[in-house]
Design a protein around this ligand. Structure first.
Ligand code: PLP
Length: 368
């Protein structure tokens, strides 16, 4: 007995959790600063925490009503019909449902490089194949319609991320409109807005009314601080919204996650505070990190440090965990998530020491 040929499916590399790293270094997890997964350093809203406690008592029954309630609240907030809102286990779940709804075996998908690895993973899980379009360091990872269309060859799905992970760059609205205009009718453009709350730019959800080949994915993992509960959604055009009923895994979003997300939507202040905090941290990192950084509209900053693996490793030994972006295809860089004020200050100080030391070591080696 063997599974099907999975050689094209690379395992996802999540980076390690605080407990694991603490154990390895013999440190207290509380002494570590983890800025590697773009989580909300302030955690979830207290209202969401309260809702989680309450939902615990109802964990014995399938979450039918909770699913309908959250779907309706989201539809109301985003100005669409409830049918257009596909509530899913994380935004990753939304990507899967879109793959399920769109892909026939061997259909092709186009994704950014560097970019979020789950686009390709989801396509492969659904028997699709993956091509990439480049974002390049030389122009600060600018996102344009032409940059995508130059690589486009009739693919069934195109993934764009705005703000983009791991670079923080945005796809301006006029470029998105040009992209939607520039592709064939059978090509679905999926706009991943996992970080849109941190940006000044508007969501693309309002474009769904005029574009049948657009879908927007959102998550509660980042600004809402609910990464551990796995809850997100897609918003799709009315024309094919009924596909949800034919592709979703029943009850995939848990009762606890649904209740927490519902309560989190009622705490706009918590989101606002989280966004303000992230904007402060973003600026602090950009201004004080002694490395080239890229303009970010998200809750992290990409920095060009020469050797991302060495810098991330050395920072970790001093208790600061950041993301080495080698697995995204950017071996020279690290991605630093926005922490609390004290976490961010400590991370920048530590990284500045480490970058200087790694540079000095590389110089010595070059001389030898
Ligand atoms: C974090 C992230 C997501 C959200 O993932 P969840 O499954 O909702 O936790 C989606 N897209 C990108 C680009 C991300 O960085």
């Amino acid at each position: 007995m063997r599974p099907r040929d999975l050689s094209a499916n690379a395992p996802y590399d999540p980076g390690r959790g605080v407990e694991e790293v603490a154990r390895e270094l013999g440190l207290d997890p509380d002494d570590l600063v983890k800025l590697s997964s773009n989580e909300n350093p302030h955690g979830p809203s207290p209202k969401a925490v309260e809702a989680i406690r309450e939902a615990a008592g109802e964990a014995g029954v399938y979450p039918t009503a909770a699913h309908a309630d959250l779907t309706e609240k989201l539809a109301d907030r985003r100005g669409v019909d409830p049918e257009q809102v596909w509530v899913t286990p994380g935004a990753d779940g939304a990507l899967d449902y879109l793959s399920r709804a769109m892909l026939e075996p061997d259909d092709r998908v186009l994704a950014p490089e560097p970019g979020f690895s789950y686009y390709g993973m989801s396509a492969r899980y659904h028997h699709g194949t993956v091509g990439t379009y480049p974002l390049s360091k030389s122009d600060g990872f600018a996102q344009t319609a032409d940059g995508v269309l130059d690589a486009y060859d009739g693919e069934r799905m195109i993934h764009v991320t705005t703000p983009h992970n791991p670079t923080g760059s945005e796809l301006p609205r006029e470029e998105l409109l040009a992209l939607l205009d520039g592709v064939a009718d059978h090509t679905l453009v999926v706009v991943d807005e996992a970080y849109v709350e941190f940006s000044e730019s508007a969501s693309a959800i309002d474009l769904l009314a005029g574009h049948e080949n657009l879908a927007v994915t959102r998550t509660f993992s980042k600004a809402y601080g609910l990464a551990g509960l796995r809850i997100g959604y897609a918003v799709v055009p009315p024309e094919w919204a009924d596909a949800f009923a034919r592709v979703n895994t029943p009850f995939a979003a848990s009762a606890v996650a649904l209740a927490a997300a519902d309560a989190a939507l009622d705490d706009g202040e918590h989101v606002e505070r989280s966004v303000e905090s992230a904007r402060w941290a973003r600026e602090h990192i950009t201004e004080n990190l002694e490395a080239r950084t890229y303009d970010s509209a998200a809750n992290f900053v990409l920095a060009d440090v020469g050797d991302g693996t060495a810098v991330a490793e050395a920072a970790k030994e001093r208790g600061v965990i950041v993301r080495d972006t080698s697995s995204f295809g950017l071996p020279g860089c690290i991605r630093v998530s926005c922490g609390t004020e004290s976490e961010t200050r400590r991370a920048v100080e530590t990284l500045n020491e480490v970058v200087a030391e790694v540079d000095a070591a590389a110089d010595l080696e070059a001389e030898a």
